[in-house]
Design a protein around this ligand. Structure first.
Ligand SMILES: Cc1ncc(C[n+]2csc(CCOP(=O)(O)OP(=O)(O)O)c2C)c(N)n1
Ligand code: SF4
Ligand SMILES: [Mg+2]
Length: 287
């Protein structure tokens, strides 16, 4: 087993993100986080969706799977339930997770599957060259909403809170130390964690820029927020406008999905003998 370091997490893959993309900071924060934790390199498993964010898979030298659009959560769930010794992290896009993959979010949250969901929330479809994403601010102009996005934005933190997520947080790529702290807390949390990350898409979103966030974000911890209080979390999650909160909105400790399944409680499934009773009889029914 190897201790991860920022250097040995590097890959030889040439980076194709645009110059100035917020993904660079996110990648830096992620590598620094993994290097600081005690988890061996071989025990990380990174699942990515399809989009610019998905290329993260190529730039971090850990085990993983570059999956299909919108399906990071079911894939990660399967991996975690099969081998719960792995630390499973999803890197998803806002289009990927909150449009095509939205249906998976409430279920992973309510079941408290012990996986970590980091969303690259740039409020646009980056890879497909700039269509309006579900988290785009109402009025946002793009090639698919020439006159401005007509509908209110989708609010992922509220969806997660309403789905009984046990860890809900938001960070941004303009404060990497803070983001690193949130990544660390999410990975160390026992249960499902959503960390929504404002990731600036310099090329296609000229509205939610670094300056946009710099002028608005404030840290919950600077204002005495109590992250064990669901009502406070809900109230803070409503805030949007001149002031936008980042930090840990909510965290609770409650049993994870595996705790209530006797067959998964003991050893990882992958270590158990593959001899389920009655398998042959069952297979014959399909022949
Ligand atoms: C099943 C499926 N549907 C649609 C697409 C096309 N597609 C590829 S990436 C993408 C959107 C990417 O946007 P986002 O998830 O926000 O990622 P970003 O590029 O911004 O990181 C879409 C719609 C696809 N590849 N597969
Ligand atoms: S299109 Fe946007 S999200 Fe994609 S690499 Fe370029 S700046 Fe980054
Ligand atoms: Mg996006």
């Amino acid at each position: 087993m190897q201790k991860p370091t920022v250097e040995n997490l590097d890959t030889l893959e040439p980076n194709t993100w645009c110059k100035g993309c917020g993904n660079f900071g996110l990648l830096r924060a992620l590598k620094a986080t993994l290097a600081e934790l005690e988890v061996p390199k071989e025990q990380y498993f990174l699942v990515t969706g399809i989009g610019c964010h998905g290329k993260l898979y190529n730039y971090v030298d850990v085990n993983g799977f570059h999956g299909i659009h919108g399906r990071t959560l079911p894939l990660a769930t399967g991996v975690k339930l099969t081998n719960h010794e792995l630390t499973v992290i999803c890197a998803a896009g806002d289009g990927d997770q909150y449009d095509e993959g939205l249906g998976h979010l409430p279920h992973a949250a309510r079941r408290n599957i012990d996986i970590k969901l980091f969303t690259h929330d740039n409020k646009v479809y980056g890879l497909t060259t700039g269509q309006t994403a579900p988290t785009a601010i109402q009025g946002y102009r793009s090639k698919t909403t020439l006159h401005g996005a007509p509908s209110p934005r989708l609010e992922p933190l509220k969806i997660a809170l309403a789905s009984n997520a046990s860890f809900v947080a938001r960070g941004w790529v303009g404060d990497l130390e803070h983001l690193k702290g949130l990544m660390k807390a999410a990975i160390q949390h026992r249960g499902f964690a959503l960390l929504d990350i404002f990731q600036v898409c310099f090329t296609f979103n000229r509205e939610q820029t670094f300056q946009f966030y710099r002028d608005r974000v404030y840290k919950l911890e600077d204002e005495g927020h109590d992250s064990s209080d669901l009502h406070q979390a809900w109230t803070r999650a409503q805030e949007w406008g001149d002031r936008i909160p980042i930090g840990l909105f909510y965290q609770e400790n409650r049993p994870i999905y595996r705790d209530s399944l006797p067959q998964l409680k003991k050893e990882a499934l992958i270590k158990q003998p593959l001899a389920p009773k009655g398998l042959e009889k069952l297979l014959k029914e399909f022949m």
